[in-house]
Each structure stands twice: as structure tokens, then as C-alpha cells.
Write a protein that binds this ligand. Structure first.
Ligand code: AMP
Length: 219
């Protein structure tokens, strides 16, 4: 049976980094709503142009557009074995839409790991972040640097810094998270799906703790 995992955490909690590791280990498709918007932006699609007006302000792209985009991804064959969702859902409306999408094919969310990191640690983390435009891998100049500065270890892509990782936009993204996304913590807790993970540890320890709690959940 296909497995669906939703990864929750404030911007900078390490969702992207962990999603790469966990999806590979568990052989799940990695669906990152932020990456899909950035890819559309790079290709200057209509979706990308629309998303940019929200992303630049650290605001959320409207629910209807985001839900349709994820629905399309989940229906593709690469999700047949399941998916790890990173950055979606981000509002209660999106969470309900996801439940409905999955229940139409008799599927459901297996668990929702929540990577918990105190807000004060996040700003330092986000401002040192560098991403690969090709594979999407995220480095940190202090905590997880590439072997060669500015170059991706995996595919030699030239690393770039996200426009919305500027301190002011980061603060706005954290505010938006508390207002619009934090109700999901309670929603999934009530549904007995939440697994809280301490995100202040080293990357490898967070991955191990994540894999451990996901696997224990299934045994
Ligand atoms: P992320 O890379 O997940 O931090 O997302 C970057 C930006 O993309 C966010 O600040 C939002 O503007 C937009 N975005 C990503 N995922 C969503 C979502 N599920 N709902 C609405 N907007 C989103």
C-alpha cells in the first residue's frame, strides 16, 4: 500500500533537507510545493508569475491554485508508491483538501512528523542557506556546507540564495506560519498522526529520529 507522509515545520526547520533524505530512504516521491513554485517561476509559466507576487512578500499562494497543483502531482505515476509532502498543506483548507484527494483513491496520510525548532534559531539558519537550482538540495554555509564553496556536491550546479531568505521576508514567513499553518499541528494531533521531532539536533540525528518514529509507527 502506498505511503503518504506530511512533513511539518517552520521555515528553516530543515524540512527540505530531511525530505530529500527520507523520501530516498523510503522510496517515496518528494513533493515540495515551494520547489514546484520556484521551478514554474524559473520557466516563467503563468503559475510561476502568479506565485511570485505572493512569494516575494513571504505570503501564501491562494489555496485553490496550490491545491490544484498538488492534486496534479499526486495523480502522476511517480507517486504510485506514495509521497512525502514538504510544504503542503499549509492551511486548514489545504489539509482538508488533501484528506479528500487521498480518500477518493482509498488512501490516507500515514503520519505527520513535525520538526520542532525554536523561532530564534530559524533566522540564523535561513540567512546562511544555499540551494542547488538543478537538484534542489539545500546547504548551509555553517551547518552543512558543500565540499567546494558555491558548488553542489551532487551535480556541480551553481548554488544560489533564495530571494525570500532575506531577514525581513523570513520574519514575515514565520509570522504567516504561526497564523495560518500552526493550526495544522492541532489538527493532526487530534487525528493521532503527529510525531514530534527535535529539529535542533545535527542533521543526521534528526533523520535517524524521523526514520525511527515513522518505522515504529508502522510496526
Ligand atoms: P517553501 O520553499 O516551502 O518555504 O515555500 C516558499 C514559498 O512558496 C512560500 O513562502 C509561499 O509563498 C509559497 N508556498 C509554498 N507552499 C505553499 C503552500 N502549501 N500554500 C501556499 N503557498 C505556498
Amino acid at each position: 500500500m502506498a505511503k503518504f507522509i506530511v512533513l511539518l515545520g517552520l521555515p528553516g526547520a530543515g524540512k527540505g533537507t530531511q525530505a530529500h533524505i527520507i523520501s530516498k530512504t523510503l522510496n517515496l516521491a518528494h513533493i515540495s510545493s515551494g520547489d514546484i513554485f520556484r521551478e514554474n517561476l524559473k520557466n516563467q509559466t503563468e503559475l510561476g508569475k502568479l506565485a511570485q507576487t505572493y512569494m516575494d512578500r513571504g505570503a501564501l499562494v491562494p489555496d485553490d491554485v496550490t491545491i490544484a497543483m498538488i492534486q496534479d502531482r499526486l495523480s502522476r505515476p511517480y507517486c504510485n508508491n506514495g509521497a512525502l509532502l514538504d510544504g503542503f498543506p499549509r492551511t486548514p483548507t489545504q489539509a482538508k483538501a488533501l484528506d479528500e484527494m487521498l480518500s477518493k483513491t482509498n488512501q490516507k496520510i500515514d503520519c505527520v512528523p513535525y520538526i520542532n525548532v525554536p523561532a530564534e534559531v530559524l533566522i540564523e539558519r535561513l540567512s546562511g542557506r544555499w540551494s542547488c537550482p538543478t537538484c534542489g538540495f539545500v546547504y548551509h554555509e555553517k551547518f552543512n556546507p558543500p565540499i567546494k564553496p558555491g558548488i553542489c556536491d551532487k551535480d556541480q550546479g551553481e548554488l544560489y540564495q533564495r530571494a525570500d531568505d532575506k531577514v525581513e521576508t523570513v520574519k514575515k514567513r514565520i509570522d504567516v506560519y504561526w497564523e495560518q499553518t500552526s493550526p495544522l499541528i492541532e489538527y493532526y494531533q487530534q487525528n493521532n498522526l503527529l510525531l514530534e521531532i527535535d529539529g535542533t539536533q545535527a542533521i543526521e540525528n534528526v533523520s535517524n529520529q524521523l526514520l525511527d518514529s515513522i518505522q515504529r509507527r508502522n510496526s
